[in-house]
Write a protein that binds this ligand. Structure first.
Ligand code: PMP
Length: 289
């Protein structure tokens, strides 16, 4: 069966799925998106993802032409139309078709696209042994440039960072603030463990307000100390453990940063226990498809 894509109120087959070349999402990256996961017939943290989509849209003054309830239903219907119980959903809302100028007022109506697809994970071996990341020259955008809270279609900054990491032979790029504080990776938030305390940078430093990040903080509560705090590469290199979090990657251990082995060089006990609890939760909760 060919994949069915939702575009502006209709389902079309993948080969027929088209947007205009005059869409400002295509011309300027003018739009917002979400990446959502379904596990065993349930959509994980659906409300949180839909809320974040509308917050991103509000921040760029893009009025999504449907209410949150209808958007939620469209996401679920897209999964049903594709007979998917497990997978990844990409929701994209662009400014819509306009002229070649920047002015968003020339765009008639935002375009909504929902794609349900298989999830591409890192290989199993990396979850068992951890990944290697490197710090790159490209900083995360500052809130005064493009607020990193906005999950916008403008990911070029992160793509440049990713290219720098792959050129250096690493799988992920670690981005810093201009002052040298650790922010996050190109598509994942970061945690370190110091004295058995889980530490993650505060969103105010320029991280995306990651939904997996927030779930990890909730799961850890009452078991470990958790804090949002600025930290530097020195703290990271000397941490007991390090892991990344994201909807696609879930929780992935980091074994090496810039050539420095983290902790014992294998996934630590707190990382493993968080992974176990996270996986249990994804099987238990969610909005039924
Ligand atoms: N940071 C960035 C830059 C991201 O793009 C993402 C999501 N792809 C994340 C962090 C993780 O966020 P979430 O857990 O909500 O997927």
């Amino acid at each position: 069966m060919e994949q069915k894509i939702y575009i502006n109120g209709k389902f079309v087959s993948r080969s027929e799925a088209r947007v205009s070349v005059f869409d400002h999402g295509f011309l300027y990256g003018d739009g917002v998106f979400e990446g959502i996961r379904a596990y065993e017939g349930k959509v994980f943290k659906l409300r949180e993802h839909v809320d974040r989509l509308y917050k991103s849209a509000k921040a760029i003054m893009l009025e999504i032409p449907v209410q949150k309830g209808e958007m939620t239903e469209t996401i679920l219907t897209t999964l049903r139309e594709n007979n998917m119980q497990d997978g990844y959903v990409r929701v994209v809302v662009t400014r819509g078709e306009g002229d070649l100028g920047l002015d968003p007022r020339k765009c008639s109506r935002p375009s909504i696209v929902v794609i349900a697809d298989k999830i591409e994970l890192y290989p199993d071996e990396l979850y068992k042994n951890g990944i290697e990341i490197v710090t790159v020259a490209t900083h995360r955008t500052f809130p005064s440039m493009l607020d990193p809270h906005i999950k916008s279609l403008n990911y070029l900054n992160n793509i440049i960072a990713k290219v720098q990491a792959t050129n250096a032979g690493a799988i992920e790029a670690l981005m810093l603030t201009g002052e040298g504080y650790v922010v996050e990776c190109t598509g994942d938030n970061i945690f370190i463990v110091v004295n058995k305390t889980l530490i993650t940078p505060p969103p105010s430093v320029g991280t995306l307000d990651g939904i997996t990040r927030n779930v990890v903080m909730e799961i850890a509560e009452g078991i470990y100390e958790v804090c949002e705090k600025l930290f530097t590469l020195y703290d990271l290199y000397n941490a007991e453990e390090c892991f990344l979090t994201g909807t696609a990657a879930e929780i992935i251990p980091v074994k090496k940063v810039d050539g420095r082995i983290i902790g014992d060089g294998v996934p630590g006990s707190i990382t493993s226990s968080m992974t176990k609890k996270f996986r249990e939760l994804t099987k238990k909760v969610g909005v039924p498809i």
